[in-house]
Write a protein that binds this ligand. Structure first.
Ligand code: CUK
Ligand code: CUA
Ligand code: CA
Length: 615
């Protein structure tokens, strides 16, 4: 397997300039685990002195909420910044008996009975270019879905399944005037109607999909198809354009095919034209979805050539620039968004919108901003954060000066950075205080825990001229991305309790009802008792337990586990959750509270009696 990977890598090498061969070989060595990780000097000494300024003492609260995707763990994590304390794990695509997600009827209905997912990007809803503290949106690259998290209770409340898409990856909400749309890119090209018809191995028939989702309804508005793949996503600050990087302009199905061209694309989607096309009916309906053709020449899109297999695209907080990272080119491409109207009007060539292409280092993946005109790009291969000045880059692109560069500072990170994110950087209120480098490899930075080591999320102070490393934080595989949101934006929205009547079947009085072989037990939970002492059913009955936590105390949750029946969930204050099981095992089974709620918590239990089927 490893040999084969190396051989494929070798094949690719023939197609690449010498410098990239070196770089990619390095990636290969790291990826197959037979080499080091390019260890470089650390900024340890300076960091320690500085770090104390950023300590959050016991009892003190953080200044920022971090929302981190959890990768193939399927969850989203809420982390206090700068303390890096993990405050909450929000189950999204995973099963979590800490909350009962994936176990209760309510969550299983949202999850469509799927139990895995792959979260890469979490982004908040916006009003006028900054977060409104209402929702978070997160993708599922594995099962091609988008989830919405309610910020007030920090739980998922809606899911949309996205057809015609695989590798549902880049996601970004509309930033202005408000988040009406959320866009989701499919990274993998597929047959657009993927139902087995045609020659499925003929990659030339495949396409990518830019899915537009209504944020409030969580329904698909339309899908714009492209001949190329669509990877990372962004929206502008005006509600006019959305963006996708495309690394497979070649339409290839193998790595070497996907690396053939020197330039791929930043694809720009024109919302005004998309809305017009939807209004005048220039779309096909495929499986109940409005599908628009976004090929070059349709006017809906612009394809801006940029080097090479680009990855992240991020918009500067002033709304003027898109920055796309070259990945296998040492450059980032700076696109002036004020030129896009001219591109769409045909006044200038798409490539003319590129106003800078500074060389920043090897393996640029993602860029973030400090709101003071500087950009920070993660370098996967160089294991660095590079800080560079946008205006300077534009100036030098126009008038190159020998020996001058837009780069202002470099910081070694440990090691192999993927995403990078500064505080409030995806809003017009970017404040340039903290930056987190989400590093894929921790190697020697923590106690060794075996072959699967944690990742390393490093906290960096970017408030001064030079970046200062403050903290290493191990993280469980594998957050790709995060956003850092000011506390005052989130905190006022978070509630202590839910409205009990949100659930149509909330329970205030406990009782059991029977309808044929269907039994429903309505149960209150109030420390330290359930509203029923026993539920007696017959073998084969379909039994639904509906549990409402009626305790008046905030922060007092009750659990509900049924011994040997594979049920365990937690009901928060004033919440109602339910589960339906088939009583297929005769006997007496204790139902007990799993969450320590009272001095008599251990006594908080009831019996579930299943009479054997009469013969
Ligand atoms: S991707 Cu993982 S490091 Cu899914 Cu945003 Cu770039
Ligand atoms: Cu209720 Cu423990
Ligand atoms: Ca390519």
């Amino acid at each position: 397997m490893q040999l084969k990977a190396l051989m494929n890598q070798q094949k690719v090498m023939h197609l690449l300039p010498a410098r990239w061969v070196l770089a990619l070989t390095f990636v290969a060595i790291v990826a197959i685990g037979c080499g080091g990780t390019g260890e470089q000097g650390s900024s340890g000494g300076a960091a320690t002195a500085h770090a104390t300024d950023h300590e959050v003492a016991p009892g003190e609260l953080d200044d920022y909420y971090g929302f981190f995707s959890g990768g193939h763990s399927g969850e989203v994590r809420v982390i206090g910044i700068p303390s890096m304390r993990v405050l909450k794990r929000i189950a999204v695509w995973n099963i979590d008996s800490g909350s009962g997600w994936g176990i209760t009827n309510e969550s299983r209905a949202l999850l469509n009975d799927k139990s895995v997912g792959d979260t890469h990007h979490v982004h908040g809803s916006y009003v006028d270019g900054t977060y409104d503290g209402k929702w978070m949106f997160v993708n599922d690259k594995a099962n091609n879905r988008l989830a919405r998290i309610r910020v007030d209770i920090m739980e998922v409340d809606a899911v949309v399944n996205v057809p015609h898409a695989q590798g549902a990856h880049g996601v970004f909400p509309q930033r202005a005037p408000t988040t009406e749309w959320v866009i989701l890119n499919s990274e993998f090209r597929t047959p657009l109607r993927n139902d087995g018809r045609g020659d499925m191995l003929d990659a030339s028939t495949y396409g990518g999909v830019h899915t537009i989702i209504d944020a409030a309804e969580m329904e698909i508005v339309a899908q714009v198809t492209t001949p190329v793949n669509l990877d990372l996503a962004a929206t502008d600050y005006q509600g006019k354009y959305s963006f996708a990087t495309s690394y497979n302009t070649e339409g290839g199905a193998t790595i070497s095919e996907m690396l053939a061209n020197d330039r791929d694309f930043l694809v720009v989607f024109n919302w005004e034209r998309i809305k017009a096309a939807l209004a005048d009916g220039s779309y096909k309906i495929v499986d109940d979805i409005k599908m628009l053709d976004g090929s070059a020449g349709t006017g809906l899109t612009a394809y801006i050539p940029i080097p090479k297999n680009p990855h992240g695209v991020n918009i500067s907080p002033d709304g003027n620039y898109a920055v796309a990272c070259g990945k296998v080119s040492p450059t980032v491409s700076v696109i002036d968004l004020r030129k896009l109207d001219d591109v769409f009007a045909g006044n200038i060539e798409p490539r003319d919108a590129v106003v800078a292409e500074p060389e920043v280092g090897l393996g640029p993946l993602h860029t973030t901003f400090d709101g003071r005109g500087n950009a920070y790009t993660s370098l996967f291969i160089d294991s660095q954060t590079v800080k560079w000045n946008i205006d300077k880059a534009v100036e030098l692109y126009e008038n190159p000066v020998e020996g001058e560069t837009a780069v202002v500072d470099r910081l070694d990170i440990h090691y192999q950075a993927g995403h990078i994110m500064a505080s409030m950087a995806e809003t017009k209120e970017a404040d340039g205080k903290y930056l987190i480098s989400l590093n894929k490899i921790s190697k020697d930075r923590f106690l060794n825990v075996g072959p699967l080591k944690p990742e390393n999320d490093q906290l960096v102070d970017i408030s001064g001229d030079e970046m200062v490393l403050l903290k290493d934080e191990p993280s469980y595989i594998e957050p790709h991305d995060c956003i850092i949101v000011r506390r005052d934006i989130i905190e006022p929205h978070v509630v202590d309790r839910v409205d009990m009547e949100e659930h149509p079947d909330f329970v205030t009085e406990s009782f059991v009802e029977r309808d044929g072989n269907k039994v429903t037990a309505h149960i209150t939970a109030s420390a330290p008792v359930y509203g029923l002492q026993e539920v007696v059913v017959n073998q084969g009955d379909e039994v639904t337990f509906i549990v409402t936590n009626t305790d008046e105390i905030p922060d007092l949750a009750h659990g509900f586990a049924i011994s040997n029946y594979n049920v365990s969930f937690v009901v928060g204050p004033f919440q109602t959750k339910s589960v339906t099981i088939t009583a297929d095992k005769p006997g007496m089974y204790w139902i007990y509270c799993t969450n320590f709620c009272h001095a008599l918590h251990l006594e908080m239990r009831m019996r579930f009696v299943v009479n054997p089927r009469s013969t």
